[in-house]
Write a protein that binds this ligand. Structure first.
Ligand SMILES: NC(=O)C1=CN([C@@H]2O[C@H](COP(=O)(O)OP(=O)(O)OC[C@H]3O[C@@H](n4cnc5c(N)ncnc54)[C@H](OP(=O)(O)O)[C@@H]3O)[C@@H](O)[C@H]2O)C=CC1
Ligand SMILES: CC(=O)N[C@@H](CCC(=O)OP(=O)(O)O)C(=O)O
Length: 346
């Protein structure tokens, strides 16, 4: 059995990790970490865990935890993992960080976009960006995984094949994405209260959202060019889900079949990426509760542009599901172990 500890188990991403790991036949959760609920029964924090989880929440002590478990998930705010990790810990245990601390290779860019000082830049280089479908081989031997963000996983997987194959003009790329409110976490914020969100939709973080450099960096690796994008996230009144719509000018005239064959080249063998049939467009409701990313595209011959769409569940493939997928790769398990989740509807 793989022994797992979760720092930040009481947040939305942490709760989803608990839900997934409880159903994972190779894992036992040894540590339910928390800051605000220490000594409280986990099932009192999350009623869905009643009679399923008997443990109480524990103080987050990464050094102590590293002695007890094989893998630590950090589902905590930006900066926390970087402030805790050290050589001793990394020599004993695998770390899968769901925050952005180790996602961006240039520490100056991280500090600029996140507005905080990076507390352990010495580990940025060795951390592997855990976008499983793209970086599988590097993930296998890693000690520290930077689990990608929710908007970023959706945007990058949607665009990646066409960026890699040089089919689109990268300087023309625009990503417009919508997220459910769970993406903002469980902490109370006025902007996320029911009356503020219900019956409304708004853009936020326009041209300043912290996921912009993460998407740019990964698409730069893919295309071999420095990519700069317009990225506009939106908040929509639903619990879960991200829909990313990306627009780009085509390098040349292409047919539906040519583009489809490129997506198939990258994703036909990928269990979690579903390239939909012609004219069936991704919808958040068809991936909810699952680790799937649904992708499709439409060529607009009138404008010589292509519209690429992707949908995923932000707390599953956008966070906890991808973290478990990374764990499976790290421990040599089939990637979909514990993740064969049928999407829930309605
Ligand atoms: N929600 C989402 O869809 C996604 C989230 N993520 C990332 O996952 C991480 C967690 O996000 P999310 O679950 O939404 O956030 P939440 O606000 O819901 O949860 C935060 C968690 O971190 C704990 N925590 C907060 N501050 C500290 C601290 N100083 N020391 C120890 N623990 C602390 C909280 O503990 P307590 O409850 O006890 O106060 C809670 O368990 C973030 O980095 C986020 O960017 C990534 C992709 C998607
Ligand atoms: C709706 C909402 O607020 N979403 C969050 C992104 C989700 C998240 O937690 O960010 P990471 O994926 O980088 O970890 C935001 O815009 O900051």
């Amino acid at each position: 059995m793989i022994k797992a500890g979760i720092i930040g188990s009481t947040g939305y991403a942490g709760q989803e990790l608990v839900r997934l790991l409880l159903q994972h036949k190779e894992v036992s959760i040894e540590w339910y970490g928390s800051r605000s609920y220490i000594d409280k029964k986990y099932a009192e924090v999350y009623g869905n865990m009643f009679q399923l989880v008997d443990q109480t929440c524990l103080d987050d002590n990464m050094e102590e935890l590293a002695e007890k478990v094989d893998v630590i998930f950090t589902a905590t705010p930006q900066g926390l993992c970087a402030s805790l990790v050290n050589d001793k810990i990394l020599s004993k245990v695998k770390i899968i960080d769901l925050s952005a601390d180790f996602r961006i290779k240039d520490v100056k860019i991280y500090e600029e976009w996140y507005g905080i000082e990076h507390k352990s830049p010495q580990y940025i280089e060795e951390a592997v960006y855990g976008l499983c479908e793209i970086n599988r081989e590097d993930i296998k031997g890693a000690r520290l995984i930077a689990n990608p963000g929710c908007y970023t996983t959706c945007s990058i997987l949607t665009i990646y094949p066409l960026a890699k194959e040089g089919l689109i003009q990268m300087e023309s790329l625009i990503v417009d994405a919508k997220s459910g409110v769970s993406g903002a976490g469980r902490g109370t914020k006025v902007g996320n209260l029911y009356c503020e969100v219900n019956e409304s939709i708004k853009a936020y973080g326009i041209s300043t959202h912290r996921h912009t450099p993460e998407i740019e960096e990964q698409l730069s690796y893919a295309s071999g060019k420095e990519v700069i994008i317009n990225f506009t996230p939106h908040l929509v009144p639903m619990n879960r889900g991200i829909l990313a719509t990306a627009y780009a000018t085509l390098q040349k005239k292409v047919s539906y079949e040519e583009v489809k064959s490129i997506y198939d080249k990258y994703y036909k063998e990928e269990y979690f990426v579903r390239v939909l049939d012609k004219d069936a467009m991704p919808e958040t409701r068809w991936v909810k509760g699952s680790n799937f990313v649904d992708i499709n595209f439409k060529i607009d011959t009138r404008t010589n542009r292509i519209v690429m769409l992707g949908a995923l569940d932000n707390v599953v493939k956008g966070a906890a599901g991808q973290a478990v997928q990374n764990m499976n790769i790290l421990f040599g398990l089939p990637e979909n172990t514990g993740l064969q989740l049928v999407p829930m509807f309605p």
